[in-house]
Design a protein around this ligand. Structure first.
Ligand code: PLP
Length: 428
């Protein structure tokens, strides 16, 4: 029997509605209402092929990698390394440039603690932007405190949520050692012009790290086209399981980077007096990795590529633009992020819309929506500095993926209208 995905991609245009059948979790009621899952920026749902692959691995191949001589261990090792090659292909990189981690957070910490601690010194500058997730702030603050470096923040324009690129020259200067920035903001939905920023940085010899937590699996992503030196993403946000993440590092940089954790697997030779280490990427993978996670991530990547990442981006963007327009028309609402959705390389907005209703706390909006079966996110979304800059403590966020539909956006709008009425904050 053909899967929904095979049926859908056989057709000319993707049948987004049909793809929903691949996600068993979506077919349920929450508080008596059909589930409308709009918290994809936090984590995505998993298609049946991914769930089945996870089971199959444990039922047939489970063994530790790289160390056994027996058949199961060989099978696991071959699949694990095939997953690395597939991930490299997904990013346009080489296998030796792919390090498996627990997620975006761990990938960024690895760069900060291993590459950063060796290359960033007292007085150097680390450039971040005002729209970073805490995962791309705190590791650099820890490093800056340790070595005496400075952190500077490329400003965001305000509610429209664009990087103030007119001021880039003021911030991207020769004393910057590393420029680490998000590709897509998890609060504003802004798509930053990554290739342009990396090109400007590399002209000054500045190393770049792209936080692709919200862009991997949501739009085409090629590290050579973008020109970044490091890139981080999480498997769980793109139909894969939790616990597996990826760090891409340009070969020449990984080769100069010392290990960050010690243990089994990352060594060539251990003696009582001295230990030598493997070449990248194995040097950065101490201990037993998330074997099943990596193997199943590969299935998720195949699934996404069969749909097409450009088509996914356009679908997400269409839903977000529609939601933005309909929410704005309600009145009594403050919307964050760019108004226009444009192509990924040109900036603009992706599939994320954050908002605040006049006089209604974001937590109330999200609780009210939850009671009607809609999963939103409320809070600071791990973007506390950005919320403070915008003069707010929290916001409500709807984030879309390819299995969401226009009918679900309509349901969201209906519930937000009800919320306004219920809390009396609406423009009547
Ligand atoms: N960076 C961005 C932009 C994110 O949106 C997130 C998660 O929401 C992260 C980093 C951290 O990802 P993880 O918690 O999977 O490590």
């Amino acid at each position: 029997m053909k899967t929904q995905l095979e049926r859908a991609s056989r057709d000319k245009g993707t049948d987004w509605q049909a793809l929903r059948k691949d996600f068993p979790i979506l077919d349920q009621k929450v508080h008596g209402h059909p589930l409308v899952y709009l918290d994809n920026a936090a984590t995505s749902q998993k298609p049946r092929v991914v769930l089945e692959a996870l089971n199959r691995y444990y039922e047939t191949d489970n063994a530790n990698v790289h160390r056994g001589i027996h058949e199961l261990s060989n099978r696991s090792t071959v699949s694990f390394e095939a997953a690395r090659a597939r991930t490299a292909h997904f990013l346009g990189a080489d296998s030796s440039e792919i390090v498996f981690t627990r997620g975006t957070t761990e990938s960024i910490n690895l760069v900060a603690q291993a590459w950063g601690a060796k290359n960033i010194r007292a007085g150097d500058t680390i450039l971040l932007t005002e729209m970073e997730h805490h995962s791309n702030i705190v590791p650099w603050q820890l490093l800056a405190e340790r070595v005496g470096a400075k952190i500077r923040w490329l400003p965001v324009t305000g509610d429209e949520g664009l990087l103030d690129l007119d001021r880039l020259d003021e911030f991207l200067t020769r004393d910057v050692k590393l420029f680490s920035f998000t590709h897509i903001s998890n609060m504003l939905g802004t798509v930053n012009p990554a290739a342009e920023l990396c090109e400007r940085a590399s002209k000054l010899g500045v190393v770049t790290l792209l936080d692709a937590a919200q862009s991997a699996g949501h739009c085409p992503l090629d590290v050579r086209e973008i020109g970044c030196d490091f890139l981080a993403f999480s498997g769980h946000k793109i139909c894969g399981p939790t616990g597996i993440g990826v760090l891409f590092g340009r070969q020449s940089l990984l080769e100069q980077t010392p290990p960050w954790q010690g243990g089994g697997e990352m060594i060539l030779n251990v003696g009582f007096d001295k230990t030598t280490y493997k070449q990248p990427p194995h040097r950065f993978e101490a201990g037993t990795p998330d074997i099943s996670g990596a193997i199943v991530l590969q299935v998720a990547l195949d699934y996404l590529d069969a749909i097409g990442r450009r088509a996914i981006f356009e679908h997400d963007q269409e839903l977000a633009s529609y939601a933005h327009e309909k929410l704005a028309a309600l009145g009594g609402i403050r919307l964050f992020g760019p108004k226009k959705g444009r192509a990924p390389a040109e900036g603009g907005r992706a599939g994320i819309v954050s908002f605040l209703l006049n006089d209604v706390h974001a937590h109330d909006v999200v609780t009210f929506a939850d009671q009607r079966g809609i999963a939103l996110r409320g809070g600071h979304h791990c973007n506390q500095p950005l919320h403070k800059k915008l003069g707010i403590e929290s916001s409500a966020r709807a984030s879309f993926y390819f299995y969401n539909t226009k009918a679900e956006v309509d349901r969201l709008i209906e519930v937000i209208r009800e919320t306004q009425k219920f809390f009396g904050g609406a423009r009547r």
